[in-house]
Structures are given as structure tokens and as C-alpha cells.
Design a protein around this ligand. Structure first.
Ligand code: SF4
Length: 326
């Protein structure tokens, strides 16, 4: 039986981040967020474990403590170590199975990875965002794609699982550049990826650029199509997609952001992928005016968000989609 996978997310705000990526709202939320203490980290882990252990038998799940938020390995090493020691104590007790963190590619070196190894970090995710130097520069990331390649190699050399995160629709980005980014990311052989369409949040430099007419966000339709294209590249290479679109936390919702926000964004992307597969089959087999019975373990994606795929095939090909149970 496949084990259920759980993340226990701990948000570590990066107050001292010296960078100023145009899309990041860390500076804006910095004043509202306190540093996380080890006591608070323990409370978060305990409350998640209580729920996980209540509904899952031991041995049937895999739980990871995940330090997300800012750039974990760029914060003060003593602070990193204190949090990692807490996480490691849960791994040693057998209740948790791994430790994950997200960081910047230029915040990775031998010393940092030695410390991560010492305290049991099993996976590191790098914010790549783009493989295009112009996009990285316009987004004021402060690192190059070479930094991503070097950090990825080093993480794998230390036997730590590699995850890579990319964004679409950053300043200077195009459809082709995002596809190129996905291909270059895939060539680094990460275990998993996350795909984030750029959203314009209050208090960011991107909002200023948007207000001055210097930045135009992606439309929802464009962002879904592009994310579907990108996702298909990763799926075809057997790379797991951990997430598509921003987390709906920290006040991120349709009212607080500008851009291709949708609460079911990932569902829209996976439905689009199923639609493309089905349309390919229909065209190749010259089908129309019929009923297609489909056996699937992804019924909602085949039918589409609010039955969009079902209606699309009915209208375009006069084909009725019927799902049969597995
Ligand atoms: S490096 Fe991370 S925390 Fe710092 S500004 Fe960029 S996105 Fe924000």
C-alpha cells in the first residue's frame, strides 16, 4: 500500500533577507511576524502529529517537517540549528520521517549542507523562479541560473533530495522562456517541483511596477495553459509536482492579489491536461457524434472544473463523455 504523505509546515519569516525580489511581500509582512521560537515550532509539530496519528496507523504514513517561508539556510546558523534540533528529535522518536526546507540557490555551500546533514535534513527546495538571466535580473533575484546549477549539484552530492520551484509570468518572462525554464529545471533531475504563477501582492515592488504600467500580469487562461504545458514537461520526465499555484494562506485570496489567482488553480491545470489528452485521442481517431466511455481514477479532472471539459467536447465534437467506475 502506498504511504500517505504529510507535510508539517513551519513558516520561518526571513526578517533579515538582504534581497528585494520584486514579487516578495516579506518586507511588508515582516512587521507583523515574530521570529518563530522553538516552543512554537514544537506546538505546531505536536498539533499536526495529533491529527495525523489519530487518523492513520503507524507505518501507513510518511511525515515531514517542512521549514518554509523565507530562505531557511540564509538565516542565522544558530537559529537554523535550534529549529533543526527540535525537528530531529521528532525524527529520532520515529513519529516523523524527514525534514525539508526551502531556500535560495546562493544560500547553499558545503558548511550549510554539512550542518543540514548533521541534523537530519532529507530534502531541500530551491527557489529557481527562472532560468532566464534577464527575467532573474528584472525580478531582482540577485542570483544567476549558474547558482541554481551549482547548488543543485551540491545538494545531490550530499545525498539530500532536491526540489526546485519555478514561477511563470515574472517581469520579462514569455511563454517560451517559461518552457525553457521547465526544460532546464528537468535537466537538473530534481525529485520534485512546484509551479507558481506570479501574483501581484500589496506592498511589493511588482505592485509599484503594475501601477506604473510597467508590468502586466498573466490572464487566468494564459497562466493555466502555460502551467499545463510546464506541468506536462515534468510529468513526462517522471518528476513529481508537489504544488501548482500559491498557498491560500497569509491573506492571499482573490481580493488581496492581482493576477491569475483562482482558488482551484491546480485543478484547472490538471483538467486542461486531461482535456488535451482526450482531444488528441479524439483527433487521432477522427471521433465525433458519439459517446465516449472513459475509465479513470481522475473523474473530476476528466470532466473538468464545473464540467468545462464535458461541455467543451459536447459543443466542439458532439461527444458525450461518460465515466465508468474503476
Ligand atoms: S530571497 Fe526570498 S525572502 Fe528574500 S526577498 Fe527574495 S523571495 Fe523574499
Amino acid at each position: 500500500m502506498k504511504k500517505k504523505f504529510f507535510h508539517i509546515p513551519i513558516f520561518v519569516p526571513h526578517k533579515g533577507c538582504p534581497h528585494d525580489c520584486v514579487f516578495c511581500n516579506q518586507r511588508k509582512i515582516t512587521g507583523r511576524q515574530k521570529d518563530i521560537t522553538t516552543g512554537e515550532a514544537k506546538l505546531i509539530i505536536d498539533s499536526h502529529l495529533e491529527t495525523i496519528e489519530k487518523y492513520n496507523e503507524k507505518g501507513t504514513y510518511y511525515a515531514e517537517i517542512a521549514f518554509f517561508g523565507g530562505s531557511f539556510t540564509a538565516i542565522d546558523i544558530n537559529k537554523q540549528t535550534k529549529l533543526l534540533k527540535i525537528a530531529q528529535s521528532y525524527v529520532n522518536s520515529g513519529r516523523v520521517h524527514g525534514i525539508r526546507c526551502s531556500t535560495r540557490p546562493d544560500a547553499i555551500d558545503d558548511d550549510i549542507l554539512l550542518n543540514c546533514k548533521k541534523y537530519g535534513v532529507t530534502a531541500i527546495e530551491l527557489g529557481v523562479q527562472s532560468a532566464d538571466e534577464e527575467v532573474l535580473s528584472l525580478s531582482e533575484r540577485g542570483h544567476s541560473f549558474k547558482d541554481v546549477e551549482n547548488a543543485s549539484d551540491l545538494i545531490k552530492k550530499y545525498g539530500i533530495e532536491l526540489g526546485l520551484q519555478m514561477m511563470t509570468g515574472l517581469p520579462g518572462d514569455t511563454f517560451e522562456k517559461s518552457i525553457e525554464t521547465a526544460n532546464k529545471i528537468a535537466s537538473l533531475c530534481p525529485k520534485n517541483v512546484r509551479i507558481y504563477p506570479t501574483l501581484v501582492m500589496e506592498g511589493t515592488r511588482l505592485m509599484e511596477m503594475y501601477e506604473k504600467g510597467e508590468y502586466e500580469p498573466q490572464s487566468l487562461l494564459y497562466a493555466v495553459n502555460l502551467a499545463a504545458e510546464v506541468a506536462q514537461i515534468f510529468i513526462s520526465k517522471g518528476i513529481d509536482i508537489l504544488r501548482i499555484s500559491l498557498q491560500t494562506t497569509d491573506g492571499v485570496n482573490a481580493k488581496t492579489v492581482i493576477g491569475p489567482y483562482h482558488e482551484a488553480f491546480a485543478e484547472l491545470v490538471y483538467s486542461e491536461i486531461e482535456k488535451r489528452k482526450l482531444e488528441k485521442h479524439i483527433i487521432e481517431n477522427k471521433l465525433s457524434n458519439c459517446t465516449l466511455e472513459i475509465k479513470t481514477d481522475k473523474p473530476s479532472q476528466v470532466i473538468g472544473h464545473r464540467r468545462s471539459n464535458k461541455e467543451y467536447f459536447k459543443e466542439k465534437y458532439n461527444i458525450d463523455i461518460k465515466l465508468t467506475k474503476n
